[in-house]
Ligand binder design. Structure first.
Ligand SMILES: NC(=O)c1ccc[n+]([C@@H]2O[C@H](COP(=O)([O-])OP(=O)(O)OC[C@H]3O[C@@H](n4cnc5c(N)ncnc54)[C@H](OP(=O)(O)O)[C@@H]3O)[C@@H](O)[C@H]2O)c1
Length: 275
């Protein structure tokens, strides 16, 4: 009999540490599941997903770039948050029906709230990107009471569309769209900024931060390799939390990379699959 399995869907998956983190969890939980890498290009992802939907041995899988929105059309149930931001990063197979969840938002929030000090509510939240993660994190921050958002995306139309849409969910929210510059996406000359990179193109974060003035909070969703450090006391750091961001530390910025969020969203996904 084929064994049960969990996995990850995305393309490309070369930088993903999903397999390592979930194999450790399977071993700890004494579960004899396989871990499958579903690295399917856009040319044949639909054909594969149609087949996968019939596979009773699939317990569930994580979803990453670029399929967090696409997967929604294959679901039978989707959590409310995921529907609003059109982003599902965790699928569970419940007797042949697929249930979709967003564990990125609580994963991010868990560690965001450990920042000391937290960005004040009146901070300028500057989001680089307008994909699934940009929508998820900006919506989660708006739920926390942040009201001032600027979006910058390589494809400007997507930034404009989300800047409009998020306003339909929250009152008193201000949104702005900046043009993606060259060679840096933007050069911010502001204080009280919470800058976040939600694209796989990590170098943007340090070039965008070049002219920021303290206090500034900077988050990069990337974790492999990490561009930023968190927490800021390097000597006590796990190597996975350490980034090459000396210029930010010298200027007293508060920084965080994507590893804590990655771990937290994976914990939540694993709980969903095994509960
Ligand atoms: N740490 C974590 O736990 C965690 C969680 C979620 C996501 N992530 C990471 O976040 C990244 C985005 O994932 P996603 O699911 O949000 O993907 P997505 O929905 O496909 O969105 C990708 C975004 O990145 C932009 N982009 C892609 N390649 C780019 C490039 N070369 N230069 C500039 N912009 C580029 C896209 O811009 P266009 O609109 O112009 O294409 C879009 O804004 C991935 O690297 C993913 O691994 C990490």
């Amino acid at each position: 009999m084929t064994s049960k399995w969990i996995g990850i869907l995305g393309f490309p998956l070369t930088h993903s540490l999903s397999k390592q983190i979930h194999i450790e969890k399977l071993q700890k939980a004494n579960l004899n599941y396989e871990f499958r890498i579903l690295e399917w290009s856009s040319v044949d992802v639909d054909r594969h997903l149609q087949e996968l939907k019939k596979d009773p041995t699939c317990v569930g899988f994580s979803v990453t770039m670029p399929y967090k929105e696409k997967i929604i059309s294959y679901l039978d149930h989707c959590d409310e948050f995921a529907k609003k931001v059109s982003a599902v990063n965790c699928v569970k197979n419940v007797g042949g029906q697929w249930w979709g969840y967003n564990t990125d938002a609580p994963g991010f929030m868990k560690h965001f709230k450990l920042w000391n000090p937290l960005p004040p509510k009146e901070v300028h939240v500057v989001v680089i990107g307008a994909g699934a993660t940009a929508r998820t994190l900006s919506y989660a921050l708006a739920q926390e009471g942040y009201r001032n958002f600027t979006f910058i995306n390589r494809t400007e139309e997507k930034a404009k569309a989300w800047a409009q849409k998020i306003k339909t969910f929250f009152s008193n929210i201000q949104t702005k769209v900046l043009k993606w510059g060259d060679p840096s996406p933007c050069e911010l000359r502001m204080t009280n900024v919470f800058l976040m990179n939600t694209t796989p193109f990590s170098p943007v974060i340090l070039s965008a931060a070049k002219n920021l003035i303290s206090p500034a909070w900077i988050f990069d969703v990337a974790y492999n390799p990490p561009s930023l450090s968190f927490p800021r006391k390097r000597e006590s750091m796990d190597p996975r939390l350490r980034g090459d961001d000396s210029q930010c530390r010298e200027r007293c910025f508060y920084t965080m990379n994507g590893w804590p969020m990655f771990e937290a969203q994976a914990d939540l996904a694993f709980k969903i699959w095994t509960r």
